[in-house]
Design a protein around this ligand. Structure first.
Ligand SMILES: [Zn+2]
Ligand SMILES: [Zn+2]
Length: 280
């Protein structure tokens, strides 16, 4: 199993970090978790163009995690030799969001159908939405995936995904504060991917900008670097993979982030940049 951080960014625009998205590859499947800014560019860089995609899984419907899903839908459709519906798994609300996206893309779909006879012979740009909730489990090929509740309130429902294939386990959490369900999802995982923020830097930044109060709001529904490391230690994971850096890691700052996590977790700690991968 290989897990690649396609984008390690956040809602804050960054010249170097794409938005939050990860690629899980196992058993010949290519599964994208979340579809943030620039996801297609990073998929191609990771050697997984959209036509090779097996499914998209969404942890929640915050804009930074879904804003380029429309690009996946369109680009995958027009690059497949024969149209196959794209499977999108996500929490309740995913259907409504995807219906809106598909509606937005209707004019473009029409232009392409008018222009390409072979596309006209197919089923069109179809998305198959599967809304999931905590406790669900499903398979993509022979990769088994279970769905777990996370805590990103007031955003709800939000979920994380535990992948298992040939004895290797990866837990991809999305945005959440520590909670018992998260610990359970990560239990003895080989890889635990957690979106994180730096509380100290967020507080410093908030003091400098007119929208500071908004920045302080984000502190109560994300894991800090330290909390992610504490979750990893409690759950007995082998490798902690940090992503979704708020704020973006500046060149030369990696060791500082690493040290903050290492205070609480004795296992392997992996930190971006985009396209960093772990494999077992
Ligand atoms: Zn986020
Ligand atoms: Zn979020």
């Amino acid at each position: 199993m290989k897990v690649t951080l396609l984008g390690t960014g956040s809602p804050l625009p960054s010249p170097t970090c794409a938005g939050p998205s990860s690629l899980v590859q196992a058993g010949g499947q290519n599964i994208v978790v979340d579809a943030g800014r620039g996801v297609i560019m990073r998929m191609v860089a990771a050697g997984c163009p959209p036509a090779f995609l097996s499914a998209v899984l969404l942890t929640h419907l915050h804009s930074d995690h879904i804003c380029d899903l429309n690009d996946i839908i369109t680009t995958r459709w027009i690059s497949l030799p024969a149209a196959v519906p794209l499977d999108v798994y996500g929490p309740k609300g995913t259907k409504k969001m995807v219906d809106g996206l598909v509606d937005m893309l209707t004019l473009d779909e029409g232009y392409r159908l008018d222009h390409h006879e072979d596309l006209r012979a197919g089923i069109g740009m179809k998305v198959n939405v599967i809304e999931v909730e905590a406790g669900d489990a499903f398979e993509i090929g022979d990769v088994r995936i279970s769905v777990h509740r996370t805590d990103h309130r007031p955003v709800a429902p939000t979920v994380g995904f535990r992948f298992e294939h040939e004895g290797v386990v990866a837990a991809l959490a999305g945005d959440t504060v520590p909670c018992a369900e998260l610990d359970e999802m990560c239990r003895n995982a080989d890889f635990y991917v957690q979106t994180v923020i730096r509380e100290d830097l967020v507080r410093q930044f908030a003091a400098l900008v007119p929208t500071g109060a908004r920045f302080l709001d984000i502190l109560d529904y994300h894991s800090t670097v330290q909390q992610a490391a504490q979750t990893a230690a409690r759950a007995g994971v082998r490798t902690l993979v940090l992503t979704h850096f708020v704020p973006a890691i500046q060149p030369g700052q990696e060791a500082e982030w690493h040290a903050m996590a290492a205070e609480h977790f004795g296992g392997e700690i992996v930190i971006g940049p985009d396209l960093t991968s772990v494999e077992k």
